[in-house]
Design a protein around this ligand. Structure first.
Ligand SMILES: Cc1cc2nc3c(=O)[nH]c(=O)nc-3n(C[C@H](O)[C@H](O)[C@H](O)COP(=O)(O)OP(=O)(O)OC[C@H]3O[C@@H](n4cnc5c(N)ncnc54)[C@H](O)[C@@H]3O)c2cc1C
Length: 510
């Protein structure tokens, strides 16, 4: 039997994560599958993106690495969610100012006690923020604590969490893991792509005249250029910049002002007149960035906003990144699948980039077990039904953050809150949620990266006005008992969990 060869073109996070994952699944020793990554010595990786989804824990565990090794190699810290400041345009429930948390933990008891209706029915000035009422995690985040204790097992914890990390170091770590698992690395820029008569890609050819690299399955991880999926195979890029306006970012790294400065265990997203600013705490430095719409804000103004936020005067040189917002409607063509920026990209508001790479790697591992033509065609049909739908669902979730705002202070916010810029699915949901509670059946859950509780954290953290439903006394009693349990869990967690920086230091010394 001939070996199956998978050729991944591109050595950024997408290429190396896919290679590392496939080497542990399809490429196990004796499987007859050989995996090659071709990366250009001349085309740099994008090298930004410092936040992840909780799914990265499962992926790292599948790769067989230790959590301490990952944290040390990628300067990683823990992320328990996102804090939004300045998005609602008025004080948010539970606060006298505009600030709320999207926590990663699910509501207590999976929300079976009906916590949302009881929280809405309670109202009043003393009502805690929604996330603070239904989970203990908001308290833990605001207290600067880690989601786990030093003795907890790798990738396990009392609280759900993801990571912050240095992006180039993450790509280097994944490369080392993949190569240690037997992935072959070729350093070359691909010039020519050879297609067979049926349109499948037969080989990619280095532009310096090296040998053609033939394969059975190709994975296009060439970043925004989409060298195989777009330039060669002509898969159309569907822009969504009429919905999600942000198309630029200015990234600026900031040193901590003292070695023991606290490290936030959440991404802090602070809204401004033409977008928002990310603030992420790594073990060695902070990463900040101004995300904005070039149609609403100039680069100079964005730099002023970022420097004002960071308080660094004229120090440091921000890096300007321009990006296309949208995705390929067909991501698997013949024997080629696009993964990472080659498949699509949305602004980094909820850190969806690497999560989509993880989903793609997993689907390829499960769908591309057989690489004969009929099996690949069937796999492509399934993949192209599922993946673009997942991208489309993310567009709705990201737009939600803007659409329900009460801000009208700039053209950016007026345009974002104009229903003409909302996707139909989001407009339908919001129209209904002004009169009834969100339902599990509002979502095709298999397409969703964000489950109903994630939508609820944004909606009710923000203060969306769903009318209070009538809740019968037994249900209300059950919900109040659950709220009491959450308060007990908060008190216990705040006593039991270590300070975030001290846990990071502990892992670095392990
Ligand atoms: C401003 C910004 C912020 C972001 N924030 C986040 C975040 O917080 N969380 C998150 O999950 N994601 C984030 N992302 C997305 C994340 O950075 C990417 O999804 C991730 O880095 C994967 O990139 P990639 O590997 O697809 O592409 P790249 O990093 O661009 O890699 C492309 C690779 O292809 C190679 N290549 C290209 N052409 C050729 C050729 N002809 N021959 C050989 N090799 C070639 C290059 O050398 C390179 O190795 C962000 C992106 C941006 C722009």
């Amino acid at each position: 039997m001939n070996d199956t060869r998978i050729v991944i073109v591109g050595g950024g996070t997408a290429g190396w994560l896919t290679a590392a994952y496939l080497s542990r699944t399809l490429g196990k020793p004796g499987s007859g599958t050989r995996i090659t990554v071709v990366e250009s010595p001349d085309i740099a990786i994008i090298g930004v993106g410092e936040g992840s989804f909780p799914t990265l824990r499962t992926t790292l565990s599948t790769l067989g690495v230790s959590e301490a090794a990952f944290c040390k190699a990628a300067d990683a810290t823990f992320k328990q969610g996102v804090r939004f400041t300045g998005w609602a345009g008025r004080p948010t429930p539970g606060h006298d100012h505009d600030d709320y948390m999207h926590v990663f933990d699910l509501p207590y008891g999976g929300d079976t006690p009906g916590l949302l209706p009881a929280w809405l029915a309670t109202g009043g000035a003393n009502r805690p923020a929604y996330a603070d009422a239904v989970t203990a995690q908001e308290r833990v985040m605001r207290a600067g604590l880690a989601p786990k204790r030093p003795g907890d097992r790798d990738f396990e914890a009392p609280f759900n969490y993801a990571y912050h990390f240095d992006a180039p170091k993450l790509a280097g770590f994944l490369r080392d893991v993949a190569v240690a698992n037997g992935v072959e690395r070729i350093v070359a820029t691909i010039g020519k792509v050879v297609q067979a008569e049926d349109g499948h890609i037969a080989a990619v050819v280095p532009e310096n005249g090296g040998d053609a690299i033939a394969g059975d399955l190709f994975v296009d991880c060439t970043g925004f250029s989409g060298r195989l999926i777009g330039e060669t195979l002509g898969s159309r890029f569907k822009p969504v910049d009429d919905i999600l306006f942000n198309d630029r970012a200015l990234a600026l790294q900031i040193p901590y002002d003292r070695p023991d400065a606290p490290i936030s265990s959440y991404t802090h997203a602070t809204a401004h007149g033409g977008g928002w600013i990310w603030d992420i705490g790594l073990s060695e430095r902070r990463g900040t960035g101004c995300v904005y719409s070039s149609r609403h804000m100039s680069d100079d103004e964005a730099e002023r906003v970022l420097r004002g936020y960071a308080g660094v005067g004229e120090a440091g040189t921000p890096r300007l990144l321009k990006f296309r917002t949208g995705y390929r409607e067909t991501q698997w063509v013949g024997n080629t699948v696009a993964v990472g920026l080659a498949a699509g990209f949305f602004e980094p508001l909820e850190s969806t980039g690497i999560m989509l790479i993880e989903v793609a790697a997993r689907m390829i591992a499960e769908f591309a077990v057989n690489t004969d033509k009929a099996s690949l065609a069937a796999a492509a049909r399934s993949y192209n039904r599922l993946m673009p739908a997942r991208f489309a669902a993310i567009v709705e979730f990201l737009k939600l953050h803007y659409a329900i705002s009460h801000r009208r202070d700039t053209a950016y916010w007026r345009d974002n809150t104009d229903p003409a810029t909302w996707p139909d699915g989001l407009a339908d949901k919001l129209a209904q949620w002004q009169r009834r509670l969100p339902s599990r059946f509002d979502f095709v859950v298999d397409h969703e990266s964000f489950l109903p509780p994630n939508w609820q954290y944004i909606l009710y953290g923000h203060g969306f006005d769903t009318p209070a439903p009538i809740v019968a006394p037994p249900a209300l009693d059950a919900a109040y008992a659950a709220f009491g349990k959450v308060r007990q869990a908060q008190a216990q967690a705040v006593k039991a969990l270590p300070d975030h920086r001290s846990l990071v230091q502990h892992l670095h010394q392990t």
